[in-house]
Each structure stands twice: as C-alpha cells, then as structure tokens.
Design a protein around this ligand. Structure first.
Ligand SMILES: [Cu+2]
Length: 326
C-alpha cells in the first residue's frame, strides 16, 4: 500500500483522531455562536443608530431599567457559558485521560529531532509508527530544552520538558502519514524539528512489529531492527545491573538496602515525612535523579543521585523495567 498524504480538505487540518472530531464540533459551535452574536450586536447597533438618530423637537422617553430585559441578558448568556464549560471540560478530560490499555511509545525531544522508543526495544528517529483505531500513549521527555509535541491532524499538543515526563494520547482513525511539529521555539533549527507519524492498518502494524519492510516508506525497514539489547524491559534491567542499582534493589519482593521494585509502579508509597505519593513515571524519575527529595518510609537517605549518569533512553528503559515488575 502506498502511504496517502493525510491532507486538509478545507480550512482545518483533517480529523485524524477521535478527539480531533470532538474538538472541531466545539470549535465550530463557538465560531457560529460568535458569528450569531456579532451580527446581532453590530446589526442592532447600526439599526438603532439609524432608527433613533437625532431628530429636532423629539424628546425621547427617559428609561431607567427593564427587569425582563435584564433577566434575559443575564440568564441566556449564563446558560450558554455553562454549555461551553461543560462541553469544553468533557472534551479536555477525554483528551488528557488515556485508557489503561493504551500502547505506549517513549518520545524524546532533542535539538532538533524527535526520537521514539518502542516496547520491543526498537528506536526510530523522525518517524513513528502506530496502529490505527487503537489508543496510543506517548510518554515524552526532553534531553535539552523545552520542546512541544504537536500533531495538528490529531489536535493534540503538549510541552516536552527536560527533567520530567509529560504525555499525550490519541486514537488515530486515518491511516497514512501525519505531520509532527515542534511547537515551542527551541533554537536555530526549531522550524526543521519535524517528524512523520505513520498510522498503520492492522496488517501493516503486524508486519512492522515483525520487523518487515513497509512499502511506501523511504527508509529501509521503517525503523531499526530490534536492537541486540532486547526489548525495552530487558534494556532497563541491564541498565540497573551496569549502574549498580542491583546492589540495593531487588525485583523479587525482597528488600535490600533500598525497597524492592516489585509492585512499585502505580502503588501508593509512604514517605518518611508522613505523606504518600503515587509511584508514576515522574516519581520514579525523581527517585533516581534526586533521591533525597522523597525518602521512602523505613529506609535511610543513602541512595546516591544518578543525575547525569543515566541518559534519557536509559531512563525510559529503567522505568519500563520497573513498571513491568508486578
Ligand atoms: Cu523543539
């Protein structure tokens, strides 16, 4: 199959995802609502200016107020604003809440390209492959400065910030190539920080996962073959061996100098200061880069910082590994 260019048919980019259609409905509602009130207000202004223009010897009646009119111009806008709020919130909520079974891809923003890490250990640069009609979650970080991951066809945009994880999720509905932009000025080659998002049909997705070449994509194989380091979880496990984490942490439930990774991800962790925290990507990242920030209850503040000693790719792999230890 030749990859179709997913291009706009009218003024807005095509609706390449579920959420894109929902945003557009809201946007068009706001647009036509604005048109309606523009015509009403400006039209009324012109009409009244002509109808009630200054006339000699005409004494207008003195009006102080009109309860009915005041009620109408308060109640109707209130209802309209409530509708906009509820509608906007419901789309926003859907946009920021990925389903639990979303397929995860790690994204790293770098001056000036995008890099993608998959669960099977593969890595691609400036192009990413996702299945059609399946929820996909991008877990994103930056190696240097603030970037912003933007797919106009999907109507999703999210800052990509050094030292922390942010995410976007979407369900792509249109197979083919979609354009990715960086939408945050990040240096001289910012405008060239582009990437291609390929939405694959089910059989193409199976082929790509099997490492087969996809016709229509210029670069051989459409991505590196699975690296010799194994899948992402294996790569992460290796990092914890090489960096010496294994001296203090186990993944079988037995505590060593530090707590075990088993069951950590998503769990509520009790800290020495009495508070609790959910162990998500950002908490684990902080535990590794800035271990003294939050000390796990029952353990001493003895873990050294690995800030600068683990790169973004390794960090993603370590977190994928910790996440897999259930
Ligand atoms: Cu950028």
């Amino acid at each position: 199959m030749i990859f179709s260019e997913a291009l706009a048919a009218d003024s807005l980019p095509i609706q390449g995802s579920e959420i894109a259609a929902r945003w557009d409905h809201l946007y068009l509602f706001l647009f036509w609502l604005s048109v309606f009130f523009f015509v009403l207000v400006v039209g009324g202004m012109i009409y009244f200016a002509i109808k009630f223009r200054h006339q000699k010897k005409h004494q207008p009646t003195y009006i102080t107020h009109n309860h009915l009119l005041e009620l109408i111009w308060s109640v109707i806008p209130t209802i309209i604003l409530m509708v906009i709020f509820v509608w906007g919130y419901s789309v926003y909520h859907a946009m920021i809440t990925p389903p639990d079974d979303a397929y995860e891809v790690r994204v790293i923003g770098k001056q000036w390209f995008w890099q993608f890490q998959y669960d099977d250990g593969r890595m691609t640069v400036d192009k990413v492959f996702v299945p059609v009609n399946k929820p996909v979650k991008f877990i994103m970080s930056s190696e240097d400065v603030v970037h912003s991951f933007f797919v106009p066809n999907f109507r999703v945009k999210q800052d990509v910030v050094p030292g922390m994880y942010t995410s976007v999720w979407f369900e792509a509905t249109v197979p083919g190539r979609h354009q990715i932009y960086c939408a945050e000025y990040c240096g001289t080659r910012h405008s060239l920080m582009l990437a291609d998002l390929y939405v694959l049909e089910p059989e193409q997705w199976i082929a790509w996962k099997a490492g087969k070449k996809l016709t229509g994509i210029s670069e051989a194989g459409g991505g590196n073959p699975p690296s010799s380091g194994g899948d992402l979880v294996d790569q992460g496990r290796k990092v914890t061996t090489v960096k010496g984490c294994v001296a203090c942490h186990s993944d079988d439930g037995s505590p060593k100098v530090g707590p075990t990774y088993k069951g950590l991800f998503g769990a509520k962790v009790e800290l020495t200061n009495g508070s609790t925290v959910i162990a998500d990507e950002n908490y684990i990242r902080e535990s590794i880069e800035n271990p003294q920030a939050k000390i796990v209850k029952g353990f001493g503040p003895v873990m050294p910082s690995f800030k600068g000693l683990i790169n973004e790719e390794e960090m993603n792999a370590v977190i994928a590994y910790i996440k897999s230890v259930k």
